[in-house]
Write a protein that binds this ligand. Structure first.
Ligand SMILES: O=C(CO)COP(=O)(O)O
Length: 310
């Protein structure tokens, strides 16, 4: 492909991929036998802080394996809080409607102390990963009960880096999604095609397969706690931004009606920065962003939360 001059793939480049979630949810619906197309709303899903003009958005900031020390992580968290305090905020802590939900995903050792700093600002924390077993001789692993017990509300499942670097299979991801739900937390299922799959024009098939395998056995009712993050692998950490037409709610609406389309939260991830966020969130079909690299800079974090849809 040829990226646009600003590193953003244009919609013409993405025409072929627009029905990704149509295909994906078609497969899911075969398993669910959806009737009448109702899924409960996601709007009860947690903390919120900011109002601005951005109602009901869901921003997840994933630190990945950064920063190097606890002191650095706490500095970052304090920086977020300081900047948020400078911003207009009309959301009460227990507001839901019209407020933006912000969740941080620090590495395990920093979760509790970061949570202590940011929770008074209405920001909550999540876990970048869990193992699907409850307990036992699984050296180096962390269970759902452990992260739940320190206040994690969300858990990432199926991130492309886990799929490729740590051989996370679809069946393992499915087991993790179910374990997260069993413990009353919310899985964020990450899906997305690689560069090679994009070039082969099999994006739809790849995403459909991931969704159908990774959500196998997840009920309609449980789906109210599932978030889907569409993250093209080629866009992660590269500066290239998919225009995310692929994550189009209207394809869901055509199949299941508006209620389902509105109830399903779809995030976009892949090189979300202060420069790209406004354009991305101007698309009514994107409900929020999953942010990696920009999470490590408090000014970028603050600007992303305070996006202005173009
Ligand atoms: O992988 C990501 C979030 O999960 C995206 O990472 P970047 O924002 O660094 O591209």
């Amino acid at each position: 492909f040829t990226p646009g001059s600003n590193g953003v793939r244009s919609s013409t480049q993405l025409n072929a991929r627009q029905p990704i979630l149509l295909a994906s949810f078609n497969l899911i619906s075969d398993g669910w036998e959806l009737e009448g197309g109702f899924l409960p709303s996601f709007l009860d899903c947690g903390r919120r802080k900011l109002t601005f003009e951005n109602a009901n958005c869901l921003f997840h900031f994933v630190f990945k394996m950064n920063p190097a020390t606890e002191a650095d992580a706490l500095n970052l968290a304090n920086g977020f809080v300081a900047l948020l305090n400078e911003m207009a905020d009309t959301c009460a802590m227990d507001d839901v409607e019209g407020c933006t939900e912000v969740v941080l995903f620090p590495p395990y050792p920093f979760i509790s102390k970061v949570k202590d700093i940011v929770s008074k600002e209405g920001i909550t924390v999540g876990s970048q990963q869990i193992f699907y077993e409850d307990k036992g001789a699984f050296t180096g692993s962390v269970s759902a009960s452990m992260v739940k017990s320190i206040g994690c509300e969300y858990v990432l499942c199926g991130h492309s880096e886990r799929r490729t670097l740590f051989s996370d299979s679809d069946s393992n991801i499915n087991a993790k999604v179910k374990k997260v739900l069993e413990f009353g937390m919310k899985p964020i299922l990450c899906i997305g095609e690689t560069q090679q799959e994009y070039d082969l024009d099999i994006t739809q098939e790849v995403c459909a397969m991931q969704v159908s395998k990774d959500l196998k056995g997840v009920s309609k009712e449980e789906m109210q706690n599932v978030v889907i993050a569409y993250e093209p692998v080629w866009a992660i950490g590269t500066g290239l931004v998919c225009d995310a037409d692929a994550a189009h709610h209207s394809v869901l609406a055509k199949m299941y009606g508006d209620e389902v389309a509105q109830a399903t939260r779809i995030q976009y991830g892949g090189s979300v920065t202060p420069d790209s966020v406004d354009g991305l969130l101007a698309k009514s079909d994107i409900d929020g962003c999953l942010v990696g690299g920009a999470s490590l800079f408090s000014d970028k974090f603050a600007r992303i939360c305070n996006f202005k849809a173009e």
